[in-house]
Design a binder for this molecule. Structure first.
Ligand code: 7PM
Length: 286
């Protein structure tokens, strides 16, 4: 049987095995690797490239570059600030490394400029809800990850409520995918993400991971980002820098429940955990 792939710009990635996405924050206040790549307001290219290269060597096939912190309560950044952080980062990585570059942004201008700079994927925690974002994303011709969030980053953790969290997340993501398809995005270029920690209580997050296979039934590849998040801290009573083992458990469960892309801070450890999970999942005895 022919291998199933998605084309991310010039890079094909196989749908037949999970992919590990490494998180590369270029924000001054990202919660678990606070701003080490921004020095005196500018981008530290050397450190960025070293970090990126280490993640690729460790097994990441996608790097997610983000210039806007979506931390609960975070201040919003201007489009120009985001462009100044993200575009040079994409250019440097694209010129030096053989890896898919994903850009974590909700801004149509950033999507357009990042695509010109060589990114291979768009990742929007607002599922292209900003004015002009669907059109801008469609025009890039790149794969797009649509994430679910209830509310806005500054207030989303104030008493989030659902009747049935998985059904509501699935209905929302299906509707956003339909909007993209109507705007000319090819169905095969859409990824969906339940958005762990984005307007969800601990119980909501645990249930979404438990019932992930229900979301997989929509037929789109799934991206899961639970790395170092508070759901792990709450279950295990661990600070952000003590959440590796808990993060690995979520990665393994995500793979077992049908996730395709696992978005993480700790690439080497996650690749071992994911490869072990894949070996088990593939050995069905048939
Ligand atoms: C502070 C708090 C900084 C939380 C960053 C975060 C996701 C994402 C983020 C996700 C997709 C983080 C988040 N999370 N994109 N961007 N899915 N598609 O923990 O879960 O990295 S930002």
């Amino acid at each position: 049987m022919a291998e199933r792939v998605i084309q991310f710009g010039r890079h094909p990635l196989s749908l037949d095995r999970p992919q590990v996405m490494g998180i590369l924050n270029v924000t001054p206040d990202s919660f678990s690797d606070g701003g080490q790549l921004l020095q005196g307001g500018g981008l530290d290219c050397q450190s960025l490239l070293r970090r990126a290269e280490a993640m690729v060597t460790a097994g990441a096939t996608i790097l997610d570059v983000g210039g806007e912190s979506t931390r609960p309560g975070a201040e919003s950044v201007s489009v120009q600030q985001e462009l100044d952080r993200v575009v040079p980062a994409v250019e440097i990585i694209a010129s030096e490394l053989d890896v898919v570059i994903s850009v974590d942004s909700s801004s149509p201008q950033v999507m357009t400029e990042a695509a010109k700079a060589g990114c291979g994927m768009l990742n929007d925690v607002r599922a292209l809800e900003r004015d002009g974002a669907v059109q801008a994303a469609a025009e890039t011709g790149l794969p797009i990850c649509l994430m679910h969030m209830q509310g806005q980053p500054d207030s989303m953790q104030n008493d989030p409520r659902y009747f049935d969290v998985m059904s509501e997340v699935a209905d929302y993501l299906k509707a956003r995918a339909d909007v993209c398809i109507d705007a000319g995005v090819d169905r095969s270029r859409i990824l969906l993400d339940p958005g762990f920690g984005f307007g969800k209580t601990l119980q909501h997050n645990l249930q979404l991971l438990n019932r992930l296979s229900q979301l997989a039934r929509l037929g789109y590849p799934l991206l899961v980002g639970a790395s170092r998040k508070s759901m792990i801290g709450q279950v295990l009573n661990r600070t952000v820098d003590e959440r590796l083992y808990g993060s690995l458990a979520t990665a393994v469960l995500a793979v077992a429940n049908g996730a395709w892309v696992i978005r993480v801070h700790d690439v080497a450890a996650t690749c071992d955990a994911v490869n072990m999970a894949v070996a088990v999942v593939n050995e069905t005895g048939e």
